[in-house]
Write a protein that binds this ligand. Structure first.
Ligand SMILES: [Fe+2]
Ligand SMILES: [Fe+2]
Length: 279
């Protein structure tokens, strides 16, 4: 198929109608689900963990066991996770956080592609996505890896080189996020040099993080069970859960998924079925 993804996404009548409806939505609709705009802004513009705590609901490190058929919640891309939920392991928890990162990478990729096609992309799409990276990926997820997971490999002298590369990449990611935040600022965004910085940084970020998270998912996290007994992995999970509550508040993960879904809606990426190839 030679069509670009954008063309592909708007091929069918139903999809085109959805895109038109989305285009008519005011930009402020980004925070229409989950928390209000003020809480969303507070979380993304420096409110950080406290704002997440206020906005969140349900329990952390939990999965929806109710099999709800609530389409609205499915469409929002997340579930508030209220009620009794099963515990999940630390590796599973980190992997589902990678799922959030992957959805942000998709936003970055699609936003950058449209900018290169000279299409209009609101600056806050990049700004909000980068703020989520800072708050959720860098200040929370990677902190968990660096304080709970990586030291175990150092202690057991296993995968030392891989852990060094992963640590270096966390630092490199922070530098790229600094540039993405700076160049997608409302004032800077209109300048040609800022656009170039933004696009180059997004390209580098996406290129680095796809293999980064895949190596963690397929090599590092499975290896945790080869250096620690299950009981100790479970203890790390308990510590991580405590940290999640402290940093993000209850329901921090679920709320973050909701925020990613709101950004996806801005680019009409919020309907998974649009990605299914048409015959
Ligand atoms: Fe990492
Ligand atoms: Fe990770």
């Amino acid at each position: 198929m030679n069509r670009t993804r954008r063309e592909f996404l708007v091929t069918s009548g139903a999809v085109a109608a959805a895109a038109a409806a989305a285009a008519m939505r005011p930009l402020s609709a980004i925070a229409a689900i989950g928390s209000g705009r003020a809480e969303f802004d507070a979380a993304l513009a420096g409110g950080g963990a406290g704002a997440f705590a206020k906005a969140g609901a349900g329990t952390s490190r939990s999965a929806d066991s109710s099999h709800s058929t609530d389409k609205a919640r499915e469409k929002a891309g997340g579930d508030a996770g209220e009620g009794h939920e099963p515990k999940i392991s630390l590796p599973e928890d980190l992997m589902r956080e990678h799922g959030v990162l992957d959805r942000i990478l998709l936003v970055y990729e699609e936003g950058a592609r449209r900018l290169r096609q000279k299409e209009d992309v609101p600056h806050h799409v990049f700004q909000n996505a980068a703020q989520l990276v800072r708050i959720f990926v860098e200040d929370y997820h990677e902190q968990t890896e660096e304080t709970l997971v990586f030291p175990e490999f150092a202690r057991h002298a296993r995968l030392v080189e891989l852990v060094k590369v992963l640590t270096d990449q966390h630092a490199a990611g922070r530098r790229l996020t600094d540039v993405i935040l700076r160049s997608s600022d409302a004032e800077a965004y209109g300048k040609v040099e800022s656009r170039e910085d933004l696009l180059m940084s997004i390209d580098a970020f996406v290129r680095m993080y796809r293999p980064h998270k895949s190596y963690e998912d397929t090599i590092l996290f499975p290896a945790l069970y080869t250096i620690l007994p299950e009981r100790q992995v479970a203890e790390l999970g308990e510590k991580s859960e405590q940290s999640e509550h402290e940093r993000l508040g209850a329901g921090g993960f679920e709320h973050t998924v909701t925020q990613v879904a709101a950004i996806e809606r801005e680019l009409e990426l919020d309907d998974l079925s649009k990605f299914t190839p048409r015959e």
